[in-house]
Write a protein that binds this ligand. Sequence first.
Ligand SMILES: [Mg+2]
Length: 388
Amino acid sequence: MKILAVREVTVPIGAAMGNASIRFDAMTASAIAVVSDRMVGGKPVIGYAFDSIGRYGSGALLKARFLPRLLAAPPDALLDAKGIIDPDRCHRRVMANEKGGGHGERSVAVGLLDAALWDLRAKIEEKPLWRALADRYSRRDATGRIAVYGTCGHFRDGEGLAHLGDEVRRAVDAGFTRVKIKLGGTRTAEDCARIEAAAKAMNGSKWLAVDLNGGLEPDIVGDWLRHVEPYQLAWIEEPVEPLDYSLLASFIKHCQTPIATGENLFSWDDARNLLRYGGIRGDRDIIQLDVALSYGISEYLRVVGGFEAAGWSRQRCWPHAGHLFAAQVVAGLALGAHEAAVDVTLPYGGFWDGTDIVDGQVSMPSLPGVGFEGKANFYRLLAPLLPA
Ligand SMILES: [Mg+2]
């Protein structure tokens, strides 16, 4: 088989909401299609991928460097012994002549391409992606059923605590047992009021998590922890700047609640520094590197392997994303849990159409590949990439 073309389109996200770090009004994302020469039912088999939300489209990097390298490779050099596209071999080709370190956002472009190549590979194998991954990496513990949690409670103009409570209640009604909301990190009393509004909607704070997106003001950390720790939250996410491992270590020293972090680290190099210097605890903390933002599956396996070598369970790995591709990876590599945006009207919210969330768990669909074709409002985003 061979790759005939790779198409990219940059899609505006334009969501009127924000977190402690950014607003999403001007956010973009890339969608790509890897078109193969394999035909099924008179149509080419195509691998699709869509960026994780939060880092802008990566079309320029793809077009300038990574796609030309992929398309210049002899077709056979990109295949495994069975003659099927091999994402690891593709990865080595596209990363030729890239220096170590300084990962920047090239990892986003390469991760997007990797995700599409995996969708393509699984479709050619006629398997859901999770099954293709579990077979390839011999995960007998992959069951096709995953734990999930719901993310909501972004900041929107004109919305207050009543909206927040309603949003959390809808998540619980939809079947989520664990729900995460955004906090501002600048005023302790406001953050506590948001926690209480959400906890009321969940009948307690035990399964409620909060996300500070690195925005907790250093001056208020002591006061904030004194007020927030008694809620015994499920976890506190990204309390400090993502790359300040020393500050994170000092925060963790004073915090019993589990910490979740890593969504803004895009390589094993960075994750290893988190492991060495971040003070994180293998008995409770959660590692959230985002597979699609971090070069893709091969790099993510280095991360999981590195943490396992340090005595961690892969159950502590909960990839960031709210993304169907990430759900497939969680299932296929038998990771701890998957993040989902609660609002299913968002193209990147929820799961495949008709998916039931039962007691905070989801069963994977039988669609081949990632199954983007099984979520109608998302599949419409891919329209510019579809064959005529
Ligand atoms: Mg987060």
